[in-house]
Design a protein around this ligand. Structure first.
Ligand SMILES: [Zn+2]
Length: 160
């Protein structure tokens, strides 16, 4: 399955936000012009645009704000190679749990390859019988460490 681009998604929502935000004043103008000129279709069209955009504007911009944070975290992991959850949390002034949630979301929506977090290709990652100390999921293993793909805990092999 081809990986999706979080940056494209963010840009798409940005354009959508701009269009929907522009629909509001355009709707006001069309409503007024329609009323003044007794042109009912234009007035109705204007009202529909005005009402729909009024309700959609907050949702679109909230979604955009979330995508900005997600793209920044994605960029740090993929382009800058920062894979430690606590480091990412410090950079973005977020709780580690919030960063973990964003990473889980990016992986589940196919924006991010989880193997990047462990700097190993998938074929080099092995399943173990060891349970995660943090969440209880079965740990995976690469050359240097055991790791949990659910809560992103890492355990040096010397800890065992
Ligand atoms: Zn875990």
């Amino acid at each position: 399955m081809k990986r999706k681009s979080i940056v494209k998604k963010k840009n798409f929502i940005l354009i959508l936000g701009i269009l929907i935000s522009a629909a509001f004043p355009l709707g006001v103008v069309a409503t007024v012009l329609g009323a003044v000129n007794e042109n009912t279709p234009i007035m109705v069209l204007g009202l529909v645009g005005l009402i729909l955009s009024f309700f959609a504007i907050p949702f679109v911009w909230i979604a955009f704000g979330g995508l900005v944070t997600k793209s920044k975290i994605w960029y740090s992991i993929v382009k800058r190679g920062i894979t430690d959850v606590n480091t990412l949390a410090n950079i973005f002034n977020l709780q580690p749990q919030a960063v973990t949630n964003v990473i889980k979301n990016l992986i589940s929506k196919n924006y991010l390859d989880y193997t990047l977090l462990y700097k190993k290709i998938e074929s080099e990652i092995k399943q173990t019988n060891i349970k995660c100390f943090n969440c209880g999921a079965v740990l995976k293993e690469n050359e240097n460490e055991y790791f949990c793909e659910y809560c992103f805990s890492k355990f040096k092999k010397t800890q065992y």
